[in-house]
Design a protein around this ligand. Structure first.
Ligand SMILES: Cc1cc2nc3c(=O)[nH]c(=O)nc-3n(C[C@H](O)[C@H](O)[C@H](O)COP(=O)(O)OP(=O)(O)OC[C@H]3O[C@@H](n4cnc5c(N)ncnc54)[C@H](O)[C@@H]3O)c2cc1C
Length: 366
């Protein structure tokens, strides 16, 4: 097996592939998105995939980084990894909150009764990062967050806040608190929905600090790292999907023209897909070995997101105008993956961080 998977990992890959096949069939016949989500969750539970992102402590399967990569790659390969409902709610940062917060917020969240957002990005013209001052047993928060995915329906936002005299802290802020204003709801080209918020003298109990106050940036980056790996694995799965689609196109339109330039383009696509996919699997193994892999996660996210962008663009060029019809899978992937080069860190920012990792901190591998 070229991916050097164990028997159990190969089995998981097959389960994910079977699920992906089933999902691609319901997606084809989909009429109602809520019904699709319910069906997706049901099939995912049957396939043993739904609980993979949930820690054992919370009744989940607590999958390793490699297992999650295998599954996301397999789902991407059949172009279904983006469907909502495949994975159960993940405690994320809340797993590090106080018992009081866990009981109040985590349990209903894991039961699917509430939803949350992640507040990190700020308006580019903000005079000051969102900040908080301690006032007795409460924190008083001011500032703004400009791009909270799922924010319009979120019951609470895990928000990165600069705590005066302490440093960055992740703070849970309910959207119903006085002073929290949903400023704007918007959707992006990939079809996802977001909101921007302002915070004006918002008061929350100081127990709402998630994890150690002052270590908020580290906490936030743990979550960002996990999402970067998820994006990377989905992108490399899509690279395989796009390569297969182009191979089918070549075989059905020009099978005997062995020297056609398209074949060279196709070879380039496969080479790039191979490099990106190899890097994502190697990084997943580093994470599971408990190695410092922040830089490798950034490199994998860059390689995977830039490669799928290039591949889908080339594939559209090869297939022609048909590929730009809204319902064509390439048109849909083209729209969906554009965000992956910006979300969870733009490529240039990640490049600068990798450079800093090596030059200033002596971290990161080749
Ligand atoms: C679909 C989607 C979902 C998102 N969901 C969330 C969410 O849930 N929560 C959240 O907090 N945010 C979210 N974001 C926001 C996302 O994290 C930011 O868009 C991203 O981090 C880039 O920040 P920015 O938009 O402020 O752009 P900027 O940081 O201003 O970047 C714009 C350009 O400037 C370049 N640049 C900036 N700084 C540097 C530097 N130091 N060196 C070199 N080049 C640089 C970048 O490469 C980029 O080309 C989401 C974005 C998208 C597209």
């Amino acid at each position: 097996m070229p991916d050097f998977l164990t028997e159990a990992q190969s089995k998981l890959q097959q389960q994910a592939d079977t699920l992906a096949r089933q999902l691609s069939e319901i997606e084809l016949g989909a009429s109602n998105s809520q019904q699709v989500q319910l069906q997706t969750t049901e099939l995912s539970k049957d396939a043993g995939v739904f609980a993979l992102t949930q820690p054992v402590k919370y009744g989940g399967l607590g999958a390793t980084a490699l297992e999650l990569t295998i599954v996301r790659d397999a789902l991407g390969r059949r172009n279904v990894g983006h469907l909502p409902g495949i994975f159960g709610p993940n405690p994320g940062l809340l797993a590090q909150a106080t018992e009081e917060i866990k009981q109040k917020f985590l349990e209903p969240y894991l039961a699917g009764e509430t939803t949350s957002g992640f507040g990190f990005t700020e308006p580019s013209d903000a005079e000051r990062h969102t900040w908080a001052q301690l006032d007795g047993e409460e924190l008083v928060i001011n500032g703004a967050k400009s791009y909270v995915t799922g924010g319009s329906n979120a019951d609470f936002i895990n928000t990165l806040v600069e705590l005066d005299d302490v440093g960055p802290a992740m703070i849970l802020i309910e959207t119903s608190r006085p002073g929290v204003e949903l400023e704007r709801s918007f959707s992006s080209v990939d079809g996802s929905h977001h909101a921007s918020f302002t915070f004006t003298n918002v008061r929350v109990p100081k127990s709402h600090v998630i994890g150690e106050a002052g270590a908020g940036m580290t906490r936030a980056l743990e979550q960002v790292n996990a999402v970067r790996m998820a994006i990377a694995a989905d992108c490399v799965g899509l690279c395989s999907f796009v390569c297969t689609l182009v191979a089918d196109h070549i075989e059905s339109t020009n099978p005997s023209d062995k020297n056609h330039a398209t074949r060279v383009q196709f070879g380039r696509m496969r080479t790039k897909a191979f490099a990106a996919r190899s890097s994502v699997y190697r990084t997943a193994r580093l994470i599971d070995a408990d190695e410092n892999s922040v830089n490798e996660v950034m490199a994998s996210k860059i390689l995977a997101s830039e490669t799928i962008a290039e591949l889908v663009d080339t594939a559209i060029q090869v297939v022609g105008g048909e590929a730009l019809i809204d319902s064509h899978p390439l048109a849909s992937i083209f729209r969906r993956i554009r965000a992956s080069r910006l979300a969870e860190g733009p490529t240039d920012v990640l490049h600068a961080n990798i450079s800093r990792g090596y030059l200033d901190l002596n971290l990161g591998r080749i």
